[in-house]
Design a protein around this ligand. Structure first.
Ligand SMILES: [Zn+2]
Length: 126
C-alpha cells in the first residue's frame, strides 16, 4: 500500500529528528498533504498508527492539513484552483503552459514532543 510506505518514511524522519533531541515521546505530527499528492488521508492515518507501534511515536496523533492545488498560466499569468479532476489549461486564455504552484505537498510541518511544539527541520519533497 502506497500510504504505508509514506507512513514508514514519516516515522523514520521523525524518529531520526527526535532521538538526537532526547525526545522519548512524540505526541503529534502535523503534515501538509497536497490535493494532488495522491494520498488518501484515512488510509494514511491507519498506516501511520501501525507504523508508529513500538517506536517513540507510539500513540502519536497525525494531523493532516489539506493544501489545495493552484496553477498559473505561462501565457497570461492568470491563476486558478486546479480542482478534481485537475484542470491544467488556462480558464482565461485557454493556454496549455500551466505551472503548478501548489498541490503536491507531502511534508512534515511540525512535530510535538514533551508537549512542546518544535519546528521540524525536515522535509519530504513530493
Ligand atoms: Zn492564460
Amino acid at each position: 500500500m502506497h500510504e504505508m510506505s509514506i507512513a514508514l518514511a514519516i516515522v523514520d524522519q521523525v524518529e531520526s529528528a527526535a532521538r538526537p533531541a532526547g525526545a522519548t515521546t512524540v505526541s503529534g505530527v502535523r503534515l501538509q498533504v497536497g490535493e494532488l499528492a495522491g494520498v488518501v488521508p484515512d488510509a494514511l492515518a491507519f498506516s501511520f498508527e501501525l507504523a508508529c507501534a513500538g517506536t517513540v511515536l507510539e500513540g502519536a496523533e497525525l494531523m493532516t492539513e489539506r493544501v489545495s492545488a493552484r496553477a498559473r498560466c505561462g501565457a497570461c499569468a492568470d491563476t486558478w484552483p486546479v480542482g478534481m479532476p485537475p484542470q491544467l489549461s488556462c480558464p482565461g486564455c485557454g493556454g496549455a503552459r500551466a505551472e503548478l504552484l501548489s498541490g503536491r505537498e507531502l511534508q512534515i510541518v511540525s512535530v510535538c514532543w514533551h508537549d512542546v511544539p518544535v519546528h521540524a527541520p525536515i522535509h519530504q519533497e513530493r
